[in-house]
Ligand binder design. Sequence first.
Ligand code: PEP
Ligand code: MN
Length: 270
Amino acid sequence: MKDLKLAARQGKENTVVPVEGVRFGEGFVLVAGPCTVETEKQTIETAIAVKKAGADALRGGAFKPRSSPYAFQGLGLKGLQILKKAKAETGLPIVTEVVDARDVFWVSEYADVLQIGARNMQNFSLLKEAGKSRKPVLLKRGMNSTIEEWLNCAEYVLSEGNPHVILCERGIRTFEKYTRNTLDLSAVPAIKELSHLPIVIDPSHATGKASLIPALCLAAVAAGADGLIIEVQVDPCQAMCDKDQTLSPEDFAAVAKKVRDLHRFMTDRP
Ligand code: PEP
Ligand code: MN
């Protein structure tokens, strides 16, 4: 990986990405919230519930990169305003996706972390704008991308002067159809070898199935990930998008406790 000047490990200490009071790369960070911001009630009730269950930050898409142009594309500005209210209500920092380079500047007014989705991982103009914005960037791995391609995309953000990149493994495409994608957990120790950047796991898009998520959350902790980003909402059956992979706040609370216990067990050991 000779082209990596800034993302490469090269003996560097782990990078910590500060987001309000939350520190990605230190301890274990839980990000939770709906796939899509649909209504103020859904988002705020979910934010309160995930906060109570121990989440450190709220996720939620106001801009949705949908496979079909006819599918709901998100509430846009209205969605960002709802996220702002949810933050005011709970104190949780906001992780939200930006899909277009032209939106980076103004979306940064609402987002505490700019998410760049799997479908946009190699959108180089978007990466460069995100690099200029100075907001932390959560960079998802493309579903058809190698670790080397992914790290080169992180390099695009870093090379614009933004040192705050969080990598997110969200599953890659394989021949397996039972799961939505195949979670590449080996990416965690591989990234730790190759880079100093923090890495979180998204077990929701990796599996597409709520029942498989708790086991993979624990596996992510065991593999050495720095955190999780999980789709959770009140009344998951009503979710407009990704309902099969959305946890209820109760299920999230149960897995969050186990995750914290396992992380404590691992870090307390000599
Ligand atoms: C998301 O997190 O809302 C999302 C669309 O994920 P991905 O880009 O990983 O498909
Ligand atoms: Mn989703």
